[in-house]
Design a binder for this molecule. Structure first.
Ligand code: NI
Length: 433
């Protein structure tokens, strides 16, 4: 086929010269990703971050395409060029099962975007599957096995999923670009010059150590500054409580939801299938939230309007040891008339920036290895003091969320405000945002 290109702000041109890739991009399951935001509630903090899963998946594909091209040219004895198409397809489809507000939605409705990714690839009912079967009858299963890490060729698996893979490299650059945060940038061009296949995985040339180190640090900073931002998490808590209220009300008045939010019905009734899942996206959900703003139920209407109008909850951080002391704050929230089931929430976010291979762990990480001139390999944290300090330690916090009104001077709240303020100022609660 004639080469096709997609103009992309991160990678400039994304090049497609295989008809299978082009047809997958044009499948309805993949086009749906245009209607799902990459970073969901983060956009409430970083307003530029409106980019879609579609652009991210294309970006991961493009990095994978460049890597296979480099491996073909430089390492024909170690890299099997028969793996090129599989690698590019797995990269393109790795997130195809993501839905609207995935993480929050999954908690409430018991869906799983990874399982749905597998289903879209292997189910005989999808356009994606029909395109993959043209390659060979077992190709869908092969793609699925790369994404769930069971494929025999570890080179391919590590390119799609490891501590330095095409997925992470794209989302860091992309989320950094669209958020405008400036964290998250690193030298992809340099990394592509030093990446190499070995017989059982992927390594980087020793001379590229600082580029890889910079990628780890950038990733750490993106988590701390962008992904874990307290305001985005406040919106996630709000969304969770809103959907929880909808689930509760459905038991009492299902007709309201039939009228205002038909595509959610199979989820509220707990019998959703793949087709139902694919009929949801950010736009559909946001339309339903607007409809709920005029609901007769005060709590649903209020939570929906807080979400649509970005009325964020406030929060304090707490240590696990003082979790039971939160009940005092819950009581204060309750004392002014808020139902704490819907007006408070806990949000815990931790990330492990990097780790060495620890076979005793349930899901051991594949460590990043650097190859020296003599062919021997060293693990990254043994040569980078900066990476060493980030190795094996989790970073993040636990937050208790509550309505902003608790800190206001309004008559209704003034008498509890002082109590609330003095309680959260004690040793157990570190800060509020
Ligand atoms: Ni991804």
């Amino acid at each position: 086929m004639n080469e096709k290109v997609f103009r992309d702000p991160v990678h400039n041109y994304i090049t497609v010269n295989h008809p299978v890739i082009y047809d997958l991009i044009n499948s309805k399951e993949f086009q749906r990703l245009r209607r799902v935001k990459q970073v969901s509630t983060t956009v409430f903090t970083f307003h530029g971050a409106e980019h879609s899963r579609f652009s991210h998946c294309l970006g991961v594909y493009e990095i994978a395409r460049r890597v296979t091209e480099i491996f073909d040219a430089k390492f024909p004895d170690i890299w099997d060029s028969n793996e090129n198409l599989l690698t590019m397809v797995a990269a393109l489809l790795h997130d195809v099962g993501h839905g609207a507000y995935s993480h929050t939605f999954e908690k409430l409705f018991d869906t799983d975007h990874e399982a749905i990714t597998q289903e879209i690839i292997t189910s005989l009912d999808t356009e994606v599957n029909a395109i993959l079967r043209r390659v060979s009858p077992d190709f869908p299963e092969k793609v699925a096995s790369v994404i769930n890490h069971t494929y025999h060729n570890k080179q391919v698996v590590q390119l799609i999923s490891s501590q330095i893979d095409c997925d992470r490299m794209d989302y860091l650059l992309r989320d950094s670009y669209y958020s405008g945060a400036n964290y998250g940038q690193f030298d992809l061009t340099r990394i592509l010059r030093v990446i190499r296949p070995t017989k059982d995985g992927i390594v980087f040339e020793y001379s590229g150590m600082h580029a890889v180190e910079d990628y780890i640090v950038s990733r750490f900073q993106m988590y701390m500054q962008v992904y874990f931002h307290p305001a985005s998490r406040a919106m996630e808590v709000l969304l969770q409580n809103l959907l929880k209220r909808a689930k509760y009300l459905y038991q009492i008045d299902s007709q309201f939801f039939e009228r205002t939010s038909p595509n959610l019905m199979p989820f509220l009734a707990n019998h959703a299938n793949l087709h139902d899942y694919l009929s949801l996206d950010d736009g559909v959900m946001n339309t339903y939230f607007q409809a709920w703003m005029t609901a007769e139920d005060d709590i649903l209407a209020d939570l929906a309007s807080r979400f649509v109008n970005r009325k964020v909850f406030k929060s304090v951080t707490f240590e696990e040891a003082s979790r039971q002391e939160l009940s005092y704050l819950v009581d204060l929230v309750k004392s002014v008339g808020f139902d704490p089931d819907y007006y408070t929430g806990i949000h815990v976010n931790f990330d492990l920036p990097y780790d060495i291979y620890r076979p005793e762990k349930k899901e051991p990480r594949t460590e990043i290895n650097m190859i020296q001139k003599d062919g021997s390999v060293v693990e990254l944290s043994t040569i980078s003091p900066i990476v060493k300090t980030l190795t094996g330690t989790i970073y993040g916090d636990r937050r208790f969320y509550f309505p902003k009104e608790m800190l206001s001077d309004d008559d209704l709240f003034a008498h509890t405000k002082n109590e609330f303020m003095s309680y959260i100022a004690n040793d157990h609660f570190v800060s509020h945002d």
